[in-house]
Design a protein around this ligand. Structure first.
Ligand SMILES: [Cu+2]
Length: 310
């Protein structure tokens, strides 16, 4: 018998969640349902978010009850990580169940919320794939990397060809990236950094430390290190908005397509723990915001104002 925290940070059908809960209840595990009060497109105030989450919670508890599963439940913080941290303080659950949409094979699947929760809370996380579910914590819309996504094949022969081209492209891409990185760090790094103000940046779960947040206009090199334990990215926007007031999408992550933001620098792929990356740009005077916009990370505090003086 174990205490299980069931994280329901999604909207849509819930049959897979009920089936998984039924199985655990049959083993006499005690189930605690957690529904974060995450923002939805039609919720604009804390009260509305709370009411919508309570409605989801009641619906899920009813569905569980009808299947003979007894669970208690609560509405939690809009931030799923904070909600889980709060719930674990109260219930001390041994493990977690988290409901996610089925994997799509896309690049960011490995960064899903289950992985993040497992790393953040060091408890086993069972991932339940719920067809039709929409994850509220969300995956950010991804850009580019066409070579990693050969489109849906039109026939078997073409599928094989596409796969082979895709594999070749990925190998070529990795080769180029690794080569570039090594050269950058062993031969050309000093040349690339010449004349730049160097600003040390350390990313942690879940904050961004910037050694000098008020540099002078001109060539600036952000020397970004990931202090772990999760993967992070580094994205810099030029914007009038403060770091704490960035425009958000319905998933609660920063809406990177917002006209209020100008994307200045982007680490592109994630920076894994222990790794470093240099990002160099010539910046005019103005207000900038640096963030990590991997799912949930902005809301957890990975944001910092940077004021470049003239
Ligand atoms: Cu991050």
């Amino acid at each position: 018998m174990a205490d299980v925290l069931v994280v329901a940070d999604f909207v849509g059908p819930h049959d897979a969640l009920v089936a998984a809960a039924k199985k655990r209840a049959a083993a006499s595990d005690a189930l605690h349902l957690l529904v974060p009060a995450a923002p939805l497109p039609h919720t604009h105030t804390d009260g509305q978010r709370e009411a919508a989450a309570r409605e989801r919670l009641t619906g899920l508890l009813d569905a569980l009850n009808q299947s003979g599963v007894h669970a208690d439940g609560e509405v939690g913080d809009p931030n799923v990580f904070q909600a889980v941290a709060d719930a674990l303080r109260r219930t001390n659950a041994d493990d977690l169940i988290v409901v996610t949409p089925p994997k799509t094979g896309e690049r960011r699947d490995h960064l899903d919320i289950a992985d993040h929760l497992e790393r953040a809370f060091e408890r086993p996380v069972q991932r339940i794939e719920q067809p039709g579910a929409r994850l509220l914590a969300g995956h950010r819309a991804e850009v580019g990397f066409a070579s990693e996504h050969p489109g849906p094949p039109a026939g078997a022969g073409i599928a094989l060809r596409n796969t082979m081209i895709g594999v070749a492209a990925v190998i070529a891409l990795c080769g180029a990236v690794v080569l570039g990185y090594v050269l950058h760090h062993h031969a050309n790094r000093e040349a690339a950094l010449r004349g730049a103000q160097r600003i040390a940046v350390t990313e942690h779960d879940f904050r961004i430390q910037v050694a000098n947040p008020s540099p002078r206009a001109g060539k600036i090199a952000f020397l970004v290190a990931n202090g772990g334990p999760s993967a992070h990215e580094f994205v810099l926007f030029k914007t009038a908005r403060p770091a704490a007031g960035m425009p958000l999408g319905s998933d609660g992550n920063i809406d990177e397509g917002s006209p209020l933001l100008n994307d200045v620098l982007d680490s592109g792929s994630d920076i894994t723990p222990g790794k470093e990356r240099d990002l160099i740009a010539t910046l005019p005077a103005g207000h900038y915001v640096a963030v990590c916009n991997l799912p949930g990370h902005y809301r957890l505090g990975m944001r910092v104002d940077i004021n470049v003086s003239g």
